[in-house]
Design a binder for this molecule. Structure first.
Ligand SMILES: Nc1ncnc2c1ncn2[C@@H]1O[C@H](COP(=O)(O)OP(=O)(O)O)[C@@H](O)[C@H]1O
Ligand SMILES: [Mg+2]
Length: 406
């Protein structure tokens, strides 16, 4: 059953705007147009969450919030205040009245959606999944499209595979609106996530998952998304969680190409991983999207060391300077991938990622070293009898650089 959200506002237009944004992602909206009515509807319907306007006839939003918080049924239900006034003291007053979050009007639908989802999930956290085996899981994420998630995740997965040997690395393409991982690796798309949609989560085991994965000649295993959105839409968060568990148990490394949204299936994957690489391009839209994603991660209770920022220079001219980006985000950029349009586009068109196709060229070498930096301590500390050519190259380059510095 859809979760119900009571929206309280004296302006029907505002109610409509909120309802449009939230109904679009599956919530049911209840309405009240003043404070007194809000308390009545809330008591009658026990909504899962409330969104309160501040200025209203009868009692204002703060008063509604205070009165609700005194009732046992509403002590922990999420309350979001939505106000035309974004002054600091108003925010503080809202939070003091017992609101969980505060947003200014006018709002971006995407931000409202993300915040509502985060608040509802914090109120009803998903069950903790205890991993049995210790594979490492990394997801690439951005709310903005075209920043290079697919390019980077394919190169990381293929790079780790070259370094540590075939059969240990999986790439899971979660772009359910239409994934491109198979295309990027020139793999015929025989099976995909969509083949798991009719299997009960409890029945998804290693064998079932292996059957729908594709084998790349280099040894990399790929769980692709079907090319059309309608083919993937029946996949549930419970199925995603289960697949994540199976992949972690089977592979030393699982790399996830995440979609540019906070859908429940995306969250099931982000919850499961050890590291989220939050990717941005050096332009303002990307910086805004990154701020929003960081905010949501914070609300979801993700530890800040779970998130790494990566700057991918997807365009050549007019980039915002690194230090300005770091100042805006109040965080250091953990990694930087240089502009290399010709190689990335060429790789995409040919289905051959640079890390596989040209490992001895500068970009391939850079990506190889970058992939190596994701290695587990277990791998880097273990003596390797016969190191792969990729590992030999990486170690040689690191050694040369160390010598150069000495
Ligand atoms: N470092 C880079 N330099 C130049 N172009 C890049 C770089 N990284 C990615 N691209 C290009 O940007 C476009 C979007 O990349 P893609 O990986 O599909 O992004 P996303 O998965 O985030 O939508 C592609 O054409 C890709 O070749
Ligand atoms: Mg993509």
């Amino acid at each position: 059953m859809a979760q119900r959200i009571l929206v309280v506002d004296d302006s029907p237009i505002n109610i409509k705007a909120v309802a449009l944004a939230l109904e679009a992602i599956g919530y049911e909206i209840l309405e009240a147009t003043d404070g007194r009515m809000a308390l009545e509807v809330a008591a009658e319907t026990l909504p899962d969450m409330l969104i309160l306007d501040v200025q209203m006839p009868e009692f204002d939003g703060y008063e509604v919030c205070r009165r609700l918080r005194r009732q046992p049924a509403f002590m922990t239900r999420p309350i979001l205040m939505l106000s035309a006034n974004n002054a600091l003291h108003e925010r503080v007053q809202g939070l003091e009245a017992g609101a969980d979050d505060y947003m200014a009007k006018p709002f971006e639908a995407e931000e409202l959606q993300a915040r509502v989802k985060a608040l509802l999930r914090r109120a009803n956290p998903p069950p903790v999944i205890t991993a049995t085996a210790q594979g490492k899981m990394v997801a690439f994420f951005s709310l903005r499209g075209g920043v290079g998630l697919s390019s980077l995740s394919v190169n990381l997965a293929a790079g780790l595979n070259q370094i540590w040997g075939g059969g240990k690395v999986a790439l899971a393409d979660m772009v359910f609106t239409g994934g491109h991982s198979a295309l990027m690796l020139n793999l015929p798309l025989r099976t995909s996530w969509s083949d798991l949609a009719s299997t009960e989560p409890d029945h998804i085991d290693e064998e079932v998952v292996q059957q729908v994965m594709l084998n790349h000649a280099c040894g990399l295993r790929v769980l692709p998304a079907a090319p059309r959105p309608d083919q993937n839409e029946r996949i549930t968060p419970a199925q995603v969680s289960r697949v994540m568990q199976v992949l972690r148990a089977k592979y030393d490394y699982t790399i996830i190409d995440a979609p540019h949204n906070f859908n429940e299936t995306t969250l099931a994957a982000l919850d499961a991983v050890d590291q989220i690489v939050l990717v941005l391009a050096p332009e303002i839209g990307s910086i805004v999207a990154t701020t929003c994603a960081l905010d949501v991660f914070d609300q979801l209770g993700y530890r800040s060391d779970k998130i790494t920022l990566l700057l991918n220079a997807t365009f050549e001219r007019g980039a915002i300077a690194r230090k300005d980006i770091e100042t805006a985000l109040r965080r250091p950029l953990g990694m930087i991938i240089p502009y290399a349009s010709e190689f990335f586009t060429n790789a995409l068109n040919r289905g051959a990622p640079p890390v596989l196709d040209m490992p001895t060229k500068p970009l391939g070498g850079l990506l190889e070293e970058w992939a190596f930096s994701f290695s587990t301590e277990e791998d880097t500390k273990r003596p390797v009898e016969r190191p792969s050519p990729a590992l030999q190259r990486v170690l040689q380059r690191l050694q040369q650089r160390r010598k150069g510095r000495a």
